[in-house]
Design a protein around this ligand. Structure first.
Ligand code: HEC
Ligand code: HEC
Length: 386
């Protein structure tokens, strides 16, 4: 609201870059912060994620770094400081404190009515956050239409709001980030950390059957409207692929066919390969809970208005929308810069690209149950050049 009523601010991406990379106390000596900057967690060398390689080295060489010392402040009543530090050091996971969307104060401390919901989450890349597509929903308990665009659970509507909230929360633990600074940081993220606006198209990729060939009995059924070369030009113009290479075969497997689209069912935005509007589906990560996160129990409301008690390692988007239908769904992340990541998914459970691809055999068996070892390698080779 505040952003809408005040006069527009002219964004300054240079100031935004400084505010992203340095603690506010370095920029404004009178300001007391916990010493963290955005770059404490969004590390350049790890593709703007946080990597266990980096955190382990930091614990060994610089245990008084604010990333570590400020972590102690995050401990809630249900976790020890030792666990906070171990999760940060070994798994590069951050404690995220959220509100139960349907908390009912009148019910008191019922087992399925906690007021707060706390999760461990990986640091997603800040690359292409400025090109993410929003979903729209009614804010739980209100009639207010709102949008969700970024974070694993899509809870932040804009980069500006996210910068304000990050600076109040885990970054500096005080509410100082001014509106101007948030606008500057967001502009830096859009200018320097995202694909150029000229490449940006908002139409999701949709593999279509050639018109007139929609009957499975038709010999031309499944004939794609595009050849692989046109698919490359259409969807990944800035990444020309060489025919016959593993990455080329991986691209083909990523697309699938119009009759049986594969990874692009969800990763369907040109250039970024993030999820397009309204696409936020489960990739089976929370369900498998390979990181053995503690389970939480609370209630969610379905489209018919009925409440369901759910137990999950992380409900993802459902904690934002309050919708039962969104249980265990997560933002479909963009796929640029993956070669620099050290871990994958919201719980950081996959330790390399092969493992991330292999996850889909168990995570989405209906689509990927028959994925072969050589296909996993080809898809991983494709992801590595993005
Ligand atoms: C203590 C570590 C930490 C610090 C410091 C931090 N972040 Fe993050 N950031 C995270 C985590 C963890 C998430 C994901 C949380 C979630 O989804 O619940 C995240 C998510 C984001 C996202 C969303 C990415 C996407 O596409 O969904 C953006 C953008 C972002 N941070 C920018 C910033 C900015 C700007 C700052 C500084 C003002 C900052 N972060 C400071 C840990 C951090
Ligand atoms: C049903 C939708 C869906 C399909 C199909 C799908 N993904 Fe995903 N993908 C997601 C979601 C949602 C996430 C985030 C999941 C999480 O962390 O809980 C994700 C995450 C990822 C990540 C991790 C990115 C990061 O930032 O950590 C990679 C890599 C990836 N997908 C690649 C693929 C590949 C390759 C395929 C095809 C083999 C594929 N995806 C198919 C929805 C999908």
């Amino acid at each position: 609201m505040l952003l809408a009523v005040l006069p527009p601010v002219v964004p300054n991406p240079i100031a935004g870059q400084a505010a992203f990379n340095q603690p506010l106390s370095a920029l404004f000596p009178n300001v007391k912060t916990n010493g963290r900057s955005c770059a404490s967690c969004h590390i350049l060398s790890a593709g703007f994620t946080l990597s266990p390689k980096f955190t382990k080295a930091l614990f060994a060489t610089n245990p008084t770094d604010p990333l570590i010392t400020a972590a102690l402040a995050d401990a809630g009543p249900d976790v020890t400081q030792a666990e906070i530090l171990a999760r940060l050091k070994d798994q590069a996971l951050i404690r995220v404190n959220l509100k139960n969307p349907w908390y009912n104060a009148a019910l008191g401390a019922a087992p399925d009515n906690p007021s707060d919901l706390r999760f461990w989450r990986s640091v997603p890349t800040a690359i292409n956050s400025g090109r993410a597509q929003p979903i729209f929903f009614t804010k739980p308990g209100t009639h207010t239409q709102t949008k969700g665009t970024i974070m694993w659970d899509l809870r932040e509507p804009t980069l500006e709001q996210q910068a304000v909230d990050a600076s109040r929360g885990h970054a500096q633990a005080i509410s100082f980030f001014s509106r101007n600074l948030a606008v500057d940081v967001a502009e830096h993220e859009r200018k320097a950390l995202a694909i150029p606006a000229t490449l940006y198209k908002t139409t999701p990729i949709k593999p279509k059957l050639a018109p007139g060939h929609t009957n499975p009995a038709d010999p031309a059924f499944g004939a794609p409207l595009f050849t692989l070369a046109t698919a490359n030009q259409q969807f990944l113009p800035s990444t020309p692929l060489t025919p016959g290479t593993p990455a080329w075969r991986g691209f083909q497997l990523f697309l699938g066919t119009p009759a049986q689209p594969k990874c692009i069912t969800c990763h369907n935005m040109p250039e970024t390969l993030a999820g397009g509007t309204m696409v936020n589906r489960s990739a089976g990560v929370s369900e498998l809970n390979k990181t053995s996160f503690p389970l939480v129990t609370f209630k969610l409301k379905d489209a018919g208005g009925s409440f369901h008690t759910v137990t999950t390692a992380d409900p993802g988007v459902a904690v934002t929308t309050g919708r039962y239908e969104d249980l265990n769904t997560f933002k479909v992340p963009q796929l640029r810069g993956l070669a620099k990541f050290d871990r994958f998914f919201h719980d950081n459970n996959a330790t390399n690209l092969q493992e991330a691809v292999r996850h889909y055999k168990d995570g989405l068996p209906a689509l990927f149950g028959d994925l072969k070892g050589n296909e996993v390698n080809d898809i991983a080779a494709f992801l590595a050049i993005l």
